[in-house]
Design a protein around this ligand. Structure first.
Ligand code: GLY
Length: 233
């Protein structure tokens, strides 16, 4: 609304979920959903300010913390091995006392990608690790059963399994991802789905304008690359 009204009025983001604090409030992606899918009409429109108070997180149900932790784990997977180790070694009972550090770390990683590729035509695409499969799972279940974070968690594990099996990814990486997802109460197995229908959904992803698809593969934990592949036949 802010980007369209009067051809643009200033706006401020005040995110109160973990997922919004670490990801969606930063970077200026705005969109609304259509019946055909999520975030299909929108534009890049940067907020004047993102105001984050991590005290808001203590008011959330655990499901919402889990949901956001999936994106937190994503940042560690694509960009920061030490952060991954930190999350792996963190006692779940002390997670809330580290919210500020975790949010700050993720915001800085996201800032780096957005500043060098605001329009998402290059390096920013790495933030989509796990999202091709994740978005398709959300859509397959009509956005009712899997939250974004849960679907992305499954997506991260399964895309990593695929790239590891193809020899691209360092052996053992998908097991590490599985371990951290279990630790933070996230799913990793693909749900039972009709695979033809699922693949059709992947092919109709809004970012897929040709017969090729940009997938984000990990080389190892902390290092991601964009791999342009022919869509599965
Ligand atoms: N959530 C991914 C991005 O902002 O590019």
């Amino acid at each position: 609304a802010a980007s369209s009204y009067l051809r643009g009025v200033p706006y401020i983001q005040v995110p109160t979920s973990l997922l919004a604090q670490v990801d969606s409030s930063i970077g200026g992606k705005t969109a609304i959903n259509l019946s055909y899918g999520k975030n299909l009409v929108g534009c890049f429109y940067q907020p004047k300010l993102v105001l984050i108070d991590t005290n808001a997180l203590s008011t959330l149900e655990q499901d919402y913390i889990r949901d956001g932790m999936s994106e937190v784990i994503k940042y560690a997977c694509i960009d920061d091995k030490d952060f991954f180790e930190f999350l792996m070694n963190l006692k779940i009972s002390s997670l809330s006392s580290h919210y500020e550090d975790i949010v700050y770390k993720c915001c800085n990683i996201k800032k780096k990608y957005v500043e060098s590729d605001e329009r998402d035509t290059g390096i920013r695409m790495k933030l989509n690790f796990g999202h091709t499969i994740g978005h398709a799972i959300e859509k397959y279940f009509d956005y009712e059963y899997y939250s974004h974070g849960q679907a992305v968690a499954i997506g991260m594990y399964n895309i990593c399994l695929e790239s590891e099996e193809s020899g691209y990814t360092e052996y053992g990486t998908s097991d590490k991802i599985k371990e951290i997802l279990i630790k933070y109460g996230l799913n990793y197995n693909l749900p039972n789905m009709d695979m033809d229908k699922f693949e059709k959904i992947i092919k109709s992803d809004k970012k897929n304008m040709s017969d090729r698809l940009n997938l984000i593969y990990l080389k190892r934990i902390g290092e991601a690359n964009i791999v342009n592949k022919y869509i599965l036949e």
